[in-house]
Design a protein around this ligand. Structure first.
Ligand SMILES: O=C(O)/C=C/C(=O)CC(=O)CC(=O)O
Ligand SMILES: [Ca+2]
Ligand SMILES: [Mg+2]
Length: 401
């Protein structure tokens, strides 16, 4: 499959990807677009020109309408876009609908309904257990029987580029709690998936229903204040330590685009209960990359995640809780077995005890004001053109207090 659009080598946005996002030209209203190479294809304009069936989903400041329309709309739209971008005979009509991504503003791609965050990397969960609960078993007995998760704060999910203001809160002190700006500001590199088609109240979605309900994947940075977290989290889990900002990437990679990147996930022992079994191999051969101020500090491998996206979806709905368009379910921090595969600073620096040395001569235990964190990811099966997720970026601003 080759496109007439010039796609630079290694772009990650080839015609096999076509991620959806929301963008605006200077002075114009946001609308839906698709990334190809270093360009964005304006779907509202394409529909205006009579080249796409329906305009109302695309002349919109969010993907929610299109996502709610379901797979019977997503699939023909994707097929049509591939035709328009590969068949030379459409070039003259389609070209006016392309603009350089560098010339547009990218927005929040969808409105988040609910936000769930899992804890599905065995390596991450083991590291956090060792750091936060030394002297006890790092993994609690439930961990290998269900994908542990918590409901996060949907309203604090922000698009890439949004400044992250250093949060204040309580942390443990020698003579009782201390209040002030966090001294342990951290990141968590994750992939998230977003629900398109809702489900009915009381009707669990099986693992085999993943494709019917899920629209696509984004990158997630679950910013975390580790000192606030360590003091507040027992027994109900993280609250203010993670609700001040969660950043997502602007491009939503369609579920189908990743079909070529599936790999068998790690073997699950003990065998999960029947509702968590999954016939398809839903490991994803995606490598994330975390950089601080332009220096790569880690490359976490998503293929090693113990609990897979369909298992997370089935677990979320097994009690009859229903899905809504815009529900965002994040994987949990992606960490591999090697030090340079860990998905958070608390792991990379072992709670600040082993600071990272950056090539610019500075060291980091946790984030400093002014630091810019960039997380990117690519699916790179050997026989496919790499599929990029773009990136999610955030700069730390000082506490206002
Ligand atoms: O082990 C803990 O108490 C806490 C762990 C986390 O902070 C992780 C969390 O947000 C879930 C994840 O990203 O894996
Ligand atoms: Ca997290
Ligand atoms: Mg909520």
């Amino acid at each position: 499959m080759s496109t007439w659009v010039p796609v630079p080598e290694g772009s990650g946005f080839g015609v096999n990807n076509l991620p959806y996002g929301v963008f605006s030209q200077r002075g114009e209203l946001p609308r839906v677009g698709v990334a190809i190479g270093e360009l964005v294809l304006d779907l509202a304009e394409l529909a205006n020109a009579g080249l796409l069936a329906d305009r109302r989903w695309f002349a919109s400041g969010s993907l929610n309408g299109f996502m709610a329309a379901g797979r019977t709309v997503w699939q023909p739209t994707r097929d049509r876009l591939i035709t328009l971008l590969t068949d030379m005979s459409y070039r003259d009509e389609v070209e006016p609908c392309l603009s350089p991504v560098a010339d547009v503003d990218l927005h929040m791609p969808f409105e988040v309904s609910d936000y769930v965050d899992f804890y599905s990397s065995r390596e991450h969960a083991t590291n956090l257990g060792r750091i936060l609960r030394p002297g006890s078993e790092p993994l609690l007995p439930n961990w290998s029987h269900l994908p542990v998760g918590y409901h996060g704060r949907a309203g604090s999910v922000v698009p890439s580029g949004t400044p992250v203001v250093r949060p204040s809160g309580q942390r443990r002190g020698d003579q009782g709690p201390v209040f002030g700006p966090t001294t342990k500001l951290d990141v968590e590199a994750e992939l998230g998936f977003v629900v398109g088609t809702p489900s009915a109240q009381g009707q669990p979605v099986p693992t085999s229903g993943f494709r019917d309900h899920v629209f696509g994947f984004v990158l997630v940075n679950d910013w975390s204040a580790r000192d606030i977290q360590a003091w507040e989290y027992q027994p109900l889990g993280p609250f203010l330590s993670k609700s001040f900002a969660t950043s997502i990437s602007p491009w939503v990679v369609p579920v189908e685009a990743l079909d070529a990147a599936h790999v068998p996930p790690p073997e699950q022992d003990p065998e999960p209960l029947p509702y968590l079994r999954c016939a398809e191999p839903w490991g994803l051969d995606v490598t994330l990359e975390i950089s601080i101020n332009g220096h790569v500090v880690s490359r976490p491998p998503f293929a090693g995640m113990y609990w897979t996206p369909p298992q997370q979806l089935a677990h979320t709905t097994v009690n009859g809780a229903w899905l809504r368009t815009g529900d965002l379910l994040a994987s949990g921090t992606v960490s591999g077995a090697e030090r340079d595969e860990r998905g958070s600073l608390i792991e990379l620096t072992w709670n600040g005890n082993e600071p990272l040395e950056l090539p610019d001569g500075t060291t980091r235990a946790f984030l400093e004001d002014g630091d810019t964190v960039r997380i990117s990811a690519t699916a790179t099966a050997s026989d496919i053109t790499p599929i990029g997720f773009g990136d999610v970026v955030g700069t730390v601003y000082p506490s206002p207090s």
